[in-house]
Design a protein around this ligand. Structure first.
Ligand code: NAD
Length: 416
């Protein structure tokens, strides 16, 4: 089966949601209210390119649910960003914020563009125009964007600046900002650090001594590279990493410092001399303890899940394993730690950043890291205990906890 013959990303998230509703006995009215996004905005973004031509980009902001707090979720710049993908990611944010118990709902944004081929001026123009177009639906207490694939702290600085032009100085309107503009210490590393914290807890539960484990990571951007760094620090050997161009493999462990130097000059992990070249598909089929997909959705699907040879799959990316792929992994006894738990470190420190911004009171790195660790380990424990007690998969346990909290928040507020 190929990925394209499977459920779309939004159908996949909805499938997990419906299953949780069935297990929890959520009323049909409540399901109907939660299932589709509260609001979907599509905007045209005209940008004068450096060569003088005018290009029209399409951007989306989709707000899924705000029963537990303001909408929250990243903005993705990618050539394949579309409303279907953004809708799925928005829904996933609702479950992620509920699972870790932070007071936000779920949203996501995206612009269909290729940031790697655009100049800094073009990207700034695009970001400012996009922000002005969605300026009336985002806000410090309304909807708070953050970085995702193809965007970074600089993008957030431009968004904050453009929003502040219309609404007054508003650092709390976005998170993932540079430190100088009210960003939080530890935010850049937070998702990758969270991935490593969850892996450490799982390793303890499964009786894998960290210093004897080996990990392969697909995607070496913000999440993948920081996850690799923290795992390496914790004694785990990183035997392979990849990016969109391909990967490198070294069974004895990659030297991450040398790899970062290579990445800095070459712009890709490809061609690194401290390992041999492998393809992304070969990486997914490596023998290892933890296989960490940290790139895009749908990496492990019905067509390749039978090739996976890791002892566990850890979803650092959003929805990297399709339901069809997961069924095969489950049948083969390979546990899958779900995205809404594994990569929740980013939105958790985004919450700390937002809290610091609205209180005008900065935290130090120690406080951020300690609070992140507490929240993620508590969430991991809740999921793992539920999975064991009820003999269900980790994803089902995570969805049950999250959907239960959102449904309860909605019921308590009442509706017509
Ligand atoms: P990024 O843009 O920094 O890095 C993405 C990496 O994936 C790059 O190395 C890129 O080359 C690689 N990649 C892209 N397409 C690929 C392909 N087809 N095959 C293999 N590699 C490919 O993005 P990021 O912020 O690290 O996000 C990665 C994933 O984690 C995404 O699914 C994102 O939604 C999710 N996520 C990110 C955060 C965050 O805080 N940045 C938080 C939660 C979840």
């Amino acid at each position: 089966m190929t990925r394209s013959a499977e459920m779309t990303p939004f159908q996949a998230v909805t499938y997990h949601f419906e299953q949780a509703c069935d297990r929890l006995g959520v009323r049909d009215e409540v399901r109907a209210l939660i299932i589709t996004p509260d609001r979907e905005v599509r905007v045209e973004i005209p940008v004068r390119m450096d060569d003088g031509s005018l290009k029209v980009f399409i951007g989306y902001r989709i707000q899924h649910n705000a029963s537990r707090g303001p909408y929250k979720g990243g903005i993705r710049y990618h050539p394949e960003a579309d409303d279907e993908e953004v809708r799925a990611l928005a829904s996933l944010m609702t479950w992620k914020t509920a699972l870790v118990g932070i007071p936000f709902g779920g949203a996501k944004g995206g612009v269909c563009c290729d940031p790697r081929t655009m100049s800094s001026r073009e990207l700034q123009d695009l970001t400012r125009r996009f922000t002005h177009s969605i300026g009336n639906i985002i806000g410090v207490n309304q909807d708070i964007p953050a970085p995702d694939v193809g965007t970074n702290a600089q993008t957030m600085a431009w968004m904050m600046s453009a929003y502040s032009e219309d609404h007054g100085y508003s650092p709390g309107v976005v998170t993932g900002k540079p430190l100088e503009l009210g960003g939080s210490p530890g935010r850049e590393q937070a998702t990758g650090r969270g991935v490593s914290l969850v892996i450490k807890e799982a390793a303890r539960d499964f009786g894998f001594p960290m210093e004897k484990t080996v990990t392969a990571i697909q995607g070496f951007g913000n999440v993948g590279s920081w996850a690799a760094w923290y795992l390496d620090q914790g004694g785990c050997k990183i035997i392979a990493v990849s990016d969109v161009n391909g990967g490198v493999h070294n069974g004895g462990g990659l030297d991450l410092e040398q790899l970062q130097t290579h990445l800095g000059s070459a712009g890709t992990v490809q061609g690194f001399e401290g390992g041999e070249a492998i393809t992304n598909e070969e990486l997914l089929a490596l023998e290892c303890d933890f296989l960490v997909p940290a790139a895009l959705g749908g990496a492990i699907h019905g067509g390749n899940a039978a090739d996976v040879k890791s002892r566990m799959v850890v979803e650092a990316a959003n929805h990297p394993v399709t339901p069809e792929g997961e069924t095969i992994l489950n049948d083969r006894g390979i546990p899958c730690l779900p995205d809404l738990l594994v990569n929740a470190g980013g939105v958790t420190v985004s919450y700390f950043e937002w809290a610091q911004n609205i209180q005008r009171f900065p935290w130090d790195l120690g406080r951020v890291n300690e609070a992140l660790e507490q929240i993620l380990i508590r969430a991991y424990r809740e999921v793992s205990i539920k999975a064991q007690q009820e003999q269900i998969h980790y994803r089902d346990a995570a969805f049950d906890i999250a959907v239960g909290r959102v449904a309860q928040a909605l019921e308590l507020q009442g509706f017509p």
